[in-house]
Design a protein around this ligand. Structure first.
Ligand code: ADP
Ligand code: ZN
Length: 221
């Protein structure tokens, strides 16, 4: 099973990916998490990526594609995987197709989480994340606040705001999303694998409902 998660920053890709990962017993691979891990460990990749990430720009395609290509050679992805945050450009989508074709694999579903334009920036700037790297639970001070402010419900660690979730960087990420990432959904439209669904606070569909719909859709496919 190969699942791709698409959507604006802070649309809930990671949360839905986590549920699908448990359901299908396949790893969820977040490109952003791999970059952040490399940054915190001070690796060469981390140093390069950090320059772009703090500004809210995309890490260049060649660096990102190489990183994912490396990850796809690991044993745990043999029976499937969920990609969260990759591909983020049409170029990356094309490169992914080539990588998969080499192994005779194909994408089963591209889950596109659509978020109303006016909600995206608010979602990004109100996101809070657990500092505990084994937990990384995601909260939102408006949509899904922790029970105790600033403290993770799951493990009791402190919550923090990513630097690139602060307003200036977030604005840039939103612009980059429209220019570079939104066209990726069109790219997948032609393949028949695209499954779009709206995540909005007005509709108030929670991540588990969306995950349930996706599971249902895959079962009936
Ligand atoms: P979000 O959760 O807001 O969607 P991520 O954690 O996926 O953000 O990504 C954080 C940052 O890491 C991005 O803003 C970008 O700078 C970088 N990044 C992650 N994935 C990619 C990618 N596929 N291509 C280029 N840059 C990426
Ligand atoms: Zn936690």
């Amino acid at each position: 099973m190969i699942i791709i998660m698409l959507g604006a920053p802070a649309s809930g890709k990671g949360s839905v990916a986590e549920i699908l990962s448990k359901e299908f017993n396949i790893p969820a691979i977040s490109s952003g998490d791999i970059f952040r891990k490399n940054i915190s460990e001070g690796t060469e990749l981390g140093k390069k990526a950090n320059e772009y990430i703090t500004k809210g720009c995309l890490v260049p395609d060649d660096i990102t594609v190489n990183m994912i290509a490396g990850r796809l050679t690991e044993k745990d992805v043999e029976s499937g995987l969920i990609l969260d945050g990759f591909p983020r450009t049409v170029k990356q989508a094309e490169e992914l197709d080539k990588m998969l074709a080499k192994d005779n694999k194909k994408i089963d579903i591209v889950v596109n989480l659509e978020t109303p334009e006016e909600e995206i920036l608010e979602r990004i700037t109100t996101r809070r994340i657990c500092k505990n790297s084994d937990c990384k639970a995601v909260f939102n001070t408006l949509l899904h606040p922790s029970k105790v402010e600033g403290i993770c419900d799951k493990c009791g660690s402190e919550l923090y705001q990513r630097d690139d979730d602060k307003l200036e960087s977030a604005k840039n990420r939103l612009a980059v999303y429209h220019k570079e990432t939104a066209p990726v959904a069109d790219y997948y439209k032609n393949t028949g694998a695209l499954y779009s669904t709206v995540l909005s606070k007005t509709v108030n569909r929670m991540k588990d409902e969306v995950a349930k719909d996706v599971i249902e859709y895959l079962r009936n496919k």
